[in-house]
Ligand binder design. Sequence first.
Ligand SMILES: NC(=O)c1ccc[n+]([C@@H]2O[C@H](COP(=O)([O-])OP(=O)(O)OC[C@H]3O[C@@H](n4cnc5c(N)ncnc54)[C@H](OP(=O)(O)O)[C@@H]3O)[C@@H](O)[C@H]2O)c1
Length: 240
Amino acid sequence: MENMLEGKTAVITGASRGIGKSIAIALGKEKMRLALLARSTDKLQEVVNEIQAIGGEAVAFPCDLVDPGAVKSSLDSIFQHFSSLDVLISNAGIFLEKPITDIEIEEWDNVLRTNLTGTFLLCQSAFSRMKDQKAGRIIAIASSASIQGYTHQAAYCASKHGLLGFMRCLSIEARAHNVHVHTICPGGVRTDLIKDTYMGDRVSQGHLIEPDNIADLVLFLIRQPENIDIPEINLKRYAV
Ligand SMILES: NC(=O)c1ccc[n+]([C@@H]2O[C@H](COP(=O)([O-])OP(=O)(O)OC[C@H]3O[C@@H](n4cnc5c(N)ncnc54)[C@H](OP(=O)(O)O)[C@@H]3O)[C@@H](O)[C@H]2O)c1
Protein backbone atom coordinates (compact mmCIF):
# COMPACT_ATOMS: atom_id res chain seq x y z
CA MET A 1 0.00 0.00 0.00
CA GLU A 2 1.26 3.48 -0.87
CA ASN A 3 2.53 5.49 2.12
CA MET A 4 0.70 8.84 1.79
CA LEU A 5 3.06 10.48 4.34
CA GLU A 6 6.39 9.59 2.73
CA GLY A 7 8.33 12.71 1.68
CA LYS A 8 5.95 15.15 3.40
CA THR A 9 7.61 17.76 5.60
CA ALA A 10 6.80 18.33 9.26
CA VAL A 11 8.01 20.72 11.95
CA ILE A 12 7.80 19.35 15.51
CA THR A 13 8.53 21.55 18.53
CA GLY A 14 9.63 20.12 21.87
CA ALA A 15 11.12 17.18 20.00
CA SER A 16 14.07 16.69 22.38
CA ARG A 17 12.10 14.46 24.79
CA GLY A 18 8.66 13.32 25.96
CA ILE A 19 5.66 13.57 23.65
CA GLY A 20 7.52 15.54 20.95
CA LYS A 21 10.23 12.89 20.71
CA SER A 22 7.63 10.10 20.37
CA ILE A 23 5.86 12.06 17.62
CA ALA A 24 9.18 12.68 15.83
CA ILE A 25 10.11 8.98 15.86
CA ALA A 26 6.62 7.94 14.70
CA LEU A 27 6.70 10.40 11.78
CA GLY A 28 10.33 9.48 11.02
CA LYS A 29 9.25 5.83 10.65
CA GLU A 30 6.71 7.00 8.05
CA LYS A 31 9.63 8.53 6.07
CA MET A 32 8.45 12.09 6.57
CA ARG A 33 11.12 14.82 6.32
CA LEU A 34 11.37 16.39 9.77
CA ALA A 35 12.54 19.67 11.28
CA LEU A 36 12.94 19.24 15.05
CA LEU A 37 12.90 22.21 17.44
CA ALA A 38 13.81 22.59 21.13
CA ARG A 39 16.43 24.51 23.11
CA SER A 40 18.80 21.68 24.01
CA THR A 41 21.00 21.08 20.96
CA ASP A 42 22.56 17.82 22.21
CA LYS A 43 19.27 16.11 23.07
CA LEU A 44 17.76 17.24 19.77
CA GLN A 45 20.75 15.82 17.87
CA GLU A 46 20.33 12.49 19.70
CA VAL A 47 16.74 12.30 18.40
CA VAL A 48 17.94 13.20 14.89
CA ASN A 49 20.51 10.38 15.11
CA GLU A 50 17.86 7.93 16.31
CA ILE A 51 15.61 8.81 13.35
CA GLN A 52 18.47 8.57 10.86
CA ALA A 53 19.38 5.15 12.30
CA ILE A 54 15.92 3.86 11.32
CA GLY A 55 16.29 5.29 7.81
CA GLY A 56 14.35 8.53 8.41
CA GLU A 57 15.27 12.13 7.60
CA ALA A 58 15.47 14.77 10.33
CA VAL A 59 17.31 18.04 10.90
CA ALA A 60 17.73 19.83 14.24
CA PHE A 61 16.84 23.52 14.46
CA PRO A 62 17.68 24.57 18.04
CA CYS A 63 15.36 27.41 18.98
CA ASP A 64 13.98 29.11 22.10
CA LEU A 65 10.27 29.67 21.46
CA VAL A 66 10.11 32.65 23.82
CA ASP A 67 12.32 34.58 21.35
CA PRO A 68 10.08 35.86 18.49
CA GLY A 69 13.08 36.58 16.22
CA ALA A 70 14.42 33.04 16.72
CA VAL A 71 11.03 31.49 15.89
CA LYS A 72 10.73 33.48 12.67
CA SER A 73 14.30 32.80 11.52
CA SER A 74 13.96 29.07 12.34
CA LEU A 75 10.79 28.81 10.24
CA ASP A 76 12.50 30.76 7.41
CA SER A 77 15.50 28.37 7.53
CA ILE A 78 13.22 25.31 7.61
CA PHE A 79 11.23 26.53 4.64
CA GLN A 80 14.45 27.28 2.76
CA HIS A 81 15.77 23.79 3.59
CA PHE A 82 12.63 21.82 2.64
CA SER A 83 10.94 24.25 0.16
CA SER A 84 7.53 23.30 1.56
CA LEU A 85 5.79 22.81 4.87
CA ASP A 86 3.05 20.18 5.08
CA VAL A 87 2.57 19.74 8.85
CA LEU A 88 3.31 21.83 11.94
CA ILE A 89 3.10 20.16 15.35
CA SER A 90 3.24 22.74 18.11
CA ASN A 91 3.99 20.57 21.10
CA ALA A 92 6.65 22.31 23.25
CA GLY A 93 5.42 23.48 26.61
CA ILE A 94 6.29 23.95 30.26
CA PHE A 95 4.38 23.32 33.47
CA LEU A 96 4.13 25.32 36.69
CA GLU A 97 2.54 24.00 39.87
CA LYS A 98 2.17 26.79 42.46
CA PRO A 99 -0.55 28.46 44.50
CA ILE A 100 -1.71 31.69 42.85
CA THR A 101 -0.39 33.83 45.72
CA ASP A 102 3.16 32.45 45.20
CA ILE A 103 3.47 32.87 41.42
CA GLU A 104 6.16 35.42 40.46
CA ILE A 105 5.36 37.63 37.48
CA GLU A 106 8.46 36.25 35.67
CA GLU A 107 7.13 32.68 36.12
CA TRP A 108 3.65 33.68 34.89
CA ASP A 109 5.19 35.43 31.84
CA ASN A 110 7.44 32.48 31.04
CA VAL A 111 4.55 29.99 31.02
CA LEU A 112 2.37 32.28 28.88
CA ARG A 113 5.21 33.11 26.48
CA THR A 114 6.23 29.47 26.02
CA ASN A 115 2.86 27.74 25.85
CA LEU A 116 0.70 30.42 24.23
CA THR A 117 2.76 33.13 22.53
CA GLY A 118 5.29 30.57 21.24
CA THR A 119 2.48 28.65 19.50
CA PHE A 120 0.98 31.88 18.13
CA LEU A 121 4.34 32.85 16.59
CA LEU A 122 4.92 29.40 15.10
CA CYS A 123 1.40 29.16 13.69
CA GLN A 124 1.57 32.67 12.26
CA SER A 125 4.77 31.86 10.32
CA ALA A 126 3.62 28.40 9.24
CA PHE A 127 0.10 29.49 8.28
CA SER A 128 1.39 32.30 6.06
CA ARG A 129 3.36 29.63 4.07
CA MET A 130 0.48 27.13 4.08
CA LYS A 131 -1.93 29.81 2.83
CA ASP A 132 0.29 30.30 -0.22
CA GLN A 133 0.47 26.51 -0.72
CA LYS A 134 -3.32 26.24 -0.23
CA ALA A 135 -2.60 23.12 1.84
CA GLY A 136 -1.28 22.10 5.22
CA ARG A 137 -2.06 20.80 8.68
CA ILE A 138 -1.41 22.40 12.06
CA ILE A 139 -1.71 20.37 15.25
CA ALA A 140 -1.28 21.76 18.78
CA ILE A 141 -0.76 19.67 21.88
CA ALA A 142 -2.89 21.53 24.40
CA SER A 143 -4.15 19.82 27.59
CA SER A 144 -7.14 18.82 29.66
CA ALA A 145 -6.08 22.05 31.42
CA SER A 146 -7.39 23.82 28.28
CA ILE A 147 -10.89 22.80 29.33
CA GLN A 148 -10.96 22.73 33.11
CA GLY A 149 -9.16 24.31 36.06
CA TYR A 150 -6.90 22.49 38.51
CA THR A 151 -5.55 23.43 41.93
CA HIS A 152 -2.14 25.18 41.81
CA GLN A 153 -2.07 25.26 37.99
CA ALA A 154 -3.39 28.77 37.31
CA ALA A 155 -0.58 29.88 34.96
CA TYR A 156 -0.56 26.55 33.09
CA CYS A 157 -4.38 26.45 32.82
CA ALA A 158 -4.50 30.09 31.67
CA SER A 159 -1.90 29.38 28.98
CA LYS A 160 -3.65 26.20 27.80
CA HIS A 161 -7.17 27.76 27.85
CA GLY A 162 -5.69 30.60 25.75
CA LEU A 163 -4.06 28.10 23.42
CA LEU A 164 -7.35 26.28 22.76
CA GLY A 165 -9.08 29.63 22.10
CA PHE A 166 -6.32 30.60 19.67
CA MET A 167 -6.50 27.25 17.85
CA ARG A 168 -10.29 27.52 17.52
CA CYS A 169 -9.88 30.90 15.81
CA LEU A 170 -7.02 29.64 13.65
CA SER A 171 -9.13 26.69 12.49
CA ILE A 172 -11.81 29.10 11.20
CA GLU A 173 -9.32 31.35 9.35
CA ALA A 174 -7.36 28.36 8.04
CA ARG A 175 -10.38 26.46 6.67
CA ALA A 176 -10.81 29.11 3.98
CA HIS A 177 -7.30 28.28 2.72
CA ASN A 178 -7.54 24.48 2.81
CA VAL A 179 -5.38 24.29 5.95
CA HIS A 180 -6.59 21.78 8.57
CA VAL A 181 -6.20 22.60 12.27
CA HIS A 182 -6.42 20.11 15.15
CA THR A 183 -5.97 20.44 18.90
CA ILE A 184 -5.23 17.43 21.08
CA CYS A 185 -6.03 17.90 24.79
CA PRO A 186 -4.37 15.06 26.73
CA GLY A 187 -4.73 14.26 30.41
CA GLY A 188 -1.63 13.11 32.32
CA VAL A 189 1.11 11.72 30.06
CA ARG A 190 4.09 9.81 31.44
CA THR A 191 6.92 12.35 30.74
CA ASP A 192 9.40 14.54 32.64
CA LEU A 193 6.83 17.38 32.63
CA ILE A 194 4.76 15.83 35.41
CA LYS A 195 7.20 13.54 37.17
CA ASP A 196 7.87 16.00 40.03
CA THR A 197 4.23 17.13 40.34
CA TYR A 198 1.20 15.79 42.15
CA MET A 199 0.27 13.85 39.01
CA GLY A 200 3.59 12.03 38.85
CA ASP A 201 3.36 11.27 42.56
CA ARG A 202 -0.26 10.35 42.99
CA VAL A 203 -1.99 9.42 39.78
CA SER A 204 -2.16 5.67 39.50
CA GLN A 205 0.53 4.83 36.94
CA GLY A 206 -2.05 2.79 35.04
CA HIS A 207 -4.05 5.96 34.41
CA LEU A 208 -1.25 7.84 32.70
CA ILE A 209 -1.22 8.13 28.92
CA GLU A 210 1.98 7.03 27.16
CA PRO A 211 3.74 9.50 24.79
CA ASP A 212 3.37 6.91 21.99
CA ASN A 213 -0.44 7.07 22.43
CA ILE A 214 -0.28 10.78 21.52
CA ALA A 215 2.00 10.03 18.56
CA ASP A 216 -0.62 7.52 17.33
CA LEU A 217 -3.31 10.23 17.54
CA VAL A 218 -1.12 12.60 15.53
CA LEU A 219 -0.66 9.94 12.83
CA PHE A 220 -4.42 9.31 12.83
CA LEU A 221 -5.07 13.04 12.26
CA ILE A 222 -2.52 13.60 9.51
CA ARG A 223 -3.80 10.55 7.61
CA GLN A 224 -7.34 11.91 7.41
CA PRO A 225 -8.67 12.78 3.95
CA GLU A 226 -9.28 16.44 3.08
CA ASN A 227 -13.07 16.16 3.52
CA ILE A 228 -12.78 15.07 7.17
CA ASP A 229 -12.43 17.75 9.84
CA ILE A 230 -11.52 16.74 13.40
CA PRO A 231 -10.95 20.03 15.27
CA GLU A 232 -10.36 18.64 18.77
CA ILE A 233 -9.52 15.40 20.54
CA ASN A 234 -10.13 15.60 24.28
CA LEU A 235 -8.67 12.97 26.58
CA LYS A 236 -9.59 12.47 30.18
CA ARG A 237 -7.27 13.28 33.09
CA TYR A 238 -8.29 11.04 35.98
CA ALA A 239 -9.15 12.92 39.17
CA VAL A 240 -6.97 12.12 42.18
N1 LIG B 1 2.94 15.28 30.26
C1 LIG B 1 1.67 15.57 30.46
O1 LIG B 1 1.02 15.09 31.43
C2 LIG B 1 0.95 16.49 29.53
C3 LIG B 1 -0.46 16.53 29.59
C4 LIG B 1 -1.15 17.37 28.73
C5 LIG B 1 -0.46 18.17 27.85
N2 LIG B 1 0.91 18.12 27.81
C6 LIG B 1 1.57 19.02 26.87
O2 LIG B 1 2.35 18.26 25.97
C7 LIG B 1 3.43 19.06 25.52
C8 LIG B 1 4.73 18.26 25.65
O3 LIG B 1 4.93 17.98 27.01
P1 LIG B 1 5.82 16.76 27.57
O4 LIG B 1 5.01 16.11 28.60
O5 LIG B 1 6.39 15.98 26.46
O6 LIG B 1 6.95 17.62 28.32
P2 LIG B 1 8.52 17.46 28.43
O7 LIG B 1 8.91 16.03 28.44
O8 LIG B 1 8.94 18.33 29.56
O9 LIG B 1 9.02 18.10 27.04
C9 LIG B 1 8.81 19.47 26.77
C10 LIG B 1 9.50 19.81 25.45
O10 LIG B 1 9.31 21.22 25.20
C11 LIG B 1 10.58 21.82 24.92
N3 LIG B 1 10.57 23.21 25.34
C12 LIG B 1 10.21 23.71 26.55
N4 LIG B 1 10.37 25.05 26.58
C13 LIG B 1 10.83 25.42 25.35
C14 LIG B 1 11.20 26.65 24.76
N5 LIG B 1 11.15 27.81 25.43
N6 LIG B 1 11.62 26.65 23.48
C15 LIG B 1 11.70 25.48 22.78
N7 LIG B 1 11.38 24.28 23.29
C16 LIG B 1 10.95 24.24 24.56
C17 LIG B 1 11.56 20.95 25.70
O11 LIG B 1 12.85 20.99 25.14
P3 LIG B 1 14.08 21.87 25.72
O12 LIG B 1 14.00 21.82 27.21
O13 LIG B 1 15.26 21.19 25.13
O14 LIG B 1 13.87 23.23 25.15
C18 LIG B 1 10.99 19.56 25.50
O15 LIG B 1 11.40 19.03 24.26
C19 LIG B 1 3.41 20.34 26.35
O16 LIG B 1 2.82 21.38 25.63
C20 LIG B 1 2.55 19.96 27.54
O17 LIG B 1 1.91 21.07 28.11
C21 LIG B 1 1.61 17.29 28.62
